[in-house]
Write a protein that binds this ligand. Structure first.
Ligand SMILES: *Cc1c(COP(=O)(O)O)cnc(C)c1O
Length: 372
């Protein structure tokens, strides 16, 4: 049990079988069409609409561009209310659009933006709310929508962690005005690099599609200042193939999450989030939170101790986005404004989670934590 040679990483990409991918490559070579809304691009868009149960989806070359384009498509300006407890791309996308991020604290039970604290942050300049479904657990979308409707605000969900997540049987990707996805290699579903933007109607999908293609409406007409966000044929085919294996991969992750919950319960000073019986999760991450006093070791001390035992968790999300040099001077970035986000950020470790983990690996991780 002590000598575990295998290096256990926080994520291992789900790779489709090489032989199957080669067949797709041969077909792409025959077609001689390698990007710009090709055959596989179109197939993947319809396959994802069906799999995710969303009406419209546009593919992108990564998960940051759909956030940038969503902000452009909805003409968001001024200030946007968002969370400091996320990956930096969320806030950077606002910054690149000349929008001022306004940080609101999170709920300690989920890590998601606390809707009860949103209204106090609204000013005459606020135009939108950009929450994140952190670790794939759904935000309180109803409450957020009520606030948005009251104040005439748009809602863009950064759903980078929420591929396939459902609440009461419905996709959470249809909440708000738009939802963005990341298909980066570290995510549950990947196209190596990639991403997508989900919207509700054909006209908006059309607008998104020309914005991600330099603003071209046809061969010669540039109707808007677009950008290049296009996904190519090779990664579209990879994504199509990946879809065949995603259900079994998520089922395997569920088993691992259940094992973690069982083996790590009742350890003083170690907690994890409750799961909501109405939610179908994708088990993208397994965050644990360490209370130094009760656990007898600091979070960082445990983090490095695990590394010595070949267990490479990650401190997602530490430090807070609001602590980075670009944002720390903002009025909403103060310590007093974000106590819950700070508490989670300073106590979190995301444990290894992938369909490659074996029972013995999970046992080794739990044993190491228990006997630290
Ligand atoms: C991964 C991630 C992104 C960015 O996606 P990329 O595909 O890496 O550009 C955005 N937001 C969140 C919350 C993420 O985890």
């Amino acid at each position: 049990m002590q000598n575990h040679e295998k290096k256990l990483l926080v994520t291992v990409p789900l790779l489709p079988p090489l032989e199957e991918f080669v067949l797709y490559l041969e077909d792409i070579w025959k077609r001689k069409w390698i990007t710009n809304n090709g055959h596989y691009h179109q197939l993947l868009e319809s396959a994802l609409c069906e799999f995710l149960e969303v009406p419209y989806i546009s593919l992108f070359t990564n998960g940051t561009l759909p956030i940038m384009v969503a902000l452009q498509a909805l003409r968001i300006t001024g200030e946007v209310i968002t969370t400091p407890y996320s990956f930096v791309a969320t806030t950077h996308s606002l910054w690149w659009n000349g929008i001022k991020p306004v940080f609101v604290d999170v709920d300690l039970r989920t890590g998601n933006i606390d809707p009860n604290k949103i209204e106090a942050a609204i000013t005459p300049k606020t135009t939108a709310i950009m929450p994140v479904h952190v670790y794939g657990s759904p935000c309180d979308t109803e409450h957020i929508q009520r606030i948005a409707d009251t104040y005439g605000l748009k809602v863009i969900y950064d759903a980078a962690h929420a591929f396939g997540v459902k609440e009461n049987g419905h996709s959470i990707l249809t909440s708000g005005d738009m939802s963005t996805l990341s298909f980066h290699a570290t995510k549950v579903y990947n196209t190596i690099e990639g991403g997508a933007l989900v919207c509700h109607d054909e006209k908006t999908k059309h607008r998104i599609d020309y914005l991600k293609n330099f603003g071209f409406a046809d061969e010669t007409t540039v109707i808007a200042p677009g950008i290049n966000g296009k996904m190519d044929e090779i990664r579209s085919a990879y994504g199509l193939l990946e879809l065949k294996y995603i259900d079994s991969s998520i089922a395997k992750r569920k088993q691992i999450a259940d094992m973690y919950r069982d083996k790590l319960k009742n350890i003083p000073g170690l907690t994890f989030f409750d799961s909501d019986p109405n939610v179908t999760y994708n088990y993208s991450y397994f965050p644990i939170f360490i209370d130094e006093q009760l656990f007898g070791r600091s979070r960082d001390s445990l983090y490095f101790y695990l590394q010595k035992n070949n267990i490479y968790g990650r401190r997602y999300f530490y430090p807070l986005i609001s602590d980075s040099p670009t944002y720390k001077g903002l009025p909403s970035a103060t310590k007093e404004n974000l106590p819950n986000a700070r508490k989670l950020s300073e106590s979190v470790i995301c444990l290894p989670m992938s369909s490659e983990l074996e029972t013995a690996d999970v046992e080794h991780i739990c044993y190491t934590i228990k006997n630290h």
